[in-house]
Design a protein around this ligand. Structure first.
Ligand code: EPU
Length: 330
């Protein structure tokens, strides 16, 4: 989102040696370090960040093939969507549902990015990191990443100090197009396709069109995409809520847990779709997305998000979590 004050120091590191240099600089000066990816899922304080912002800009995209499938090695500084396009252009079914997600490769495992029924964790072979305390290089296995919905070890105390330098994906030859998400099924109903000749590029084109209908264009509008996580609640709670709010959608995630689309709650329960205050507000085509209409400050955004969070709590009893991160003092 286009708000926020400056950083005290800003380093772009092209390789591991430069990352180590930047980290020792911060250590000598006793500065906190913030690792920046593409900046598309953070809101920076109006006061900025009083420390060192380090942007790893390690490049590289290498695809190798064996009898089981493909191994794809991606430098953390690559743009995620450029990598998706390159894999798609090799006619490999894999991450095409994760098309048009802004940000860098290095940020993708932190969030375990997900969209249209696919999550990055399904493809991770390993994540290469530098420990920002010991400066050592390590390889983290998928199990050690502790992936879950929009979450990983890299967001928590055990892994926050790990700076991602490279991500390796394993793609099985058995992988096929995944078309069972509601929006994709609706699109195919409107625009029938020949499943026999369907390519990864066709699926990518569909995803890009669906996203463009609902999400604001990040090039022209200040936004961080979905602002909150979709809450996961007990079946009992879901049944009680759907009794009050008829039509509340729910997706069963385990025996006794249901994920509910918060966009629906913000629109139909809180009636806040299209809501505007102090130059920021709720996107009129997707209520989970907050938008800065121009002059809004980080403080205005935080206030709007808190107001929504309180509204949701009052109506449903659900305390929602932010999907994005706030950086600096608020
Ligand atoms: N809905 C409404 N009103 C709204 C928005 C949504 O009623 O204003 C309801 C509809 O019933 C819709 C359902 O919510 O069918 C789900 O909406 P949508 O498919 O747009 O997905 P979402 O749950 O709001 C999640 C991700 C998105 C991802 C989409 C598609 C989270 C927090 N968000 O959104 O990810 O693109 O699914 O897979 O999980 C992002 O993380 O920035 C992001 C855009």
């Amino acid at each position: 989102m286009r708000v926020g004050g400056p950083a005290r120091y800003f380093f772009v590191a092209k390789n591991i040696k430069e990352i180590r240099e930047a980290l020792s600089f911060a250590k000598d000066k006793k500065l906190p370090v913030f690792i920046l990816g593409g900046g598309s899922n953070i809101v920076i304080s109006d006061q900025g960040f009083n420390g060192l912002v380090l942007k790893p800009d390690i490049r590289g995209l290498d695809i190798t093939e064996d009898s089981n499938g493909h191994l794809v090695s991606l430098g953390a500084g690559e743009q995620w969507d450029v990598c998706v396009q390159k894999i798609v252009s090799k006619n490999i079914f894999s991450i095409e549902n994760l098309s048009a997600i802004p940000g860098t490769v290095g940020a993708a495992p932190v969030q375990n990015i997900g969209a249209y029924g696919v999550e990055l964790k399904e493809f991770i072979d390993s994540v290469e990191v530098i420990d920002t305390h010991s400066f050592e290089e390590k390889k983290i296995s998928p199990d050690e990443c502790l992936f879950s919905y929009r979450d990983s070890v890299f967001k928590h105390l055990e892994g926050k100090h790990l700076l991602i330098t490279n991500v390796v994906l394993r793609i099985s030859k058995k992988r096929k197009a995944k078309l069972d998400y509601k929006d994709i099924l609706e699109y195919i109903k409107e625009h029938p396709l020949d499943s026999g000749t369907l390519t990864p590029q066709d699926v990518r084109n569909i995803i890009i069109k669906i996203r463009a209908r609902k999400l604001p264009d990040m090039k022209t509008v200040g936004t961080v995409g979905s602002f909150f996580k979709n809450p996961i609640i007990s079946k009992e709670k879901f049944n009680a809520l759907s009794h009050i709010y008829r039509g509340l959608p729910g997706y069963v995630v385990s025996n006794d847990k249901v994920k509910v689309p918060l966009g629906w709650i913000i629109e139909h329960v809180c009636k806040k779709k299209g809501y505007k205050k102090n130059n920021v507000g709720v996107h009129d085509k997707q209520a989970l997305v907050l938008v800065n209409y121009g002059e809004g400050t980080a403080k205005n955004i935080k206030e709007c998000a808190n107001e929504l969070r309180d509204d949701i709590k009052r109506h449903t009893g659900i305390l929602v979590e932010f999907e994005i991160s706030f950086i600096g003092e608020f």
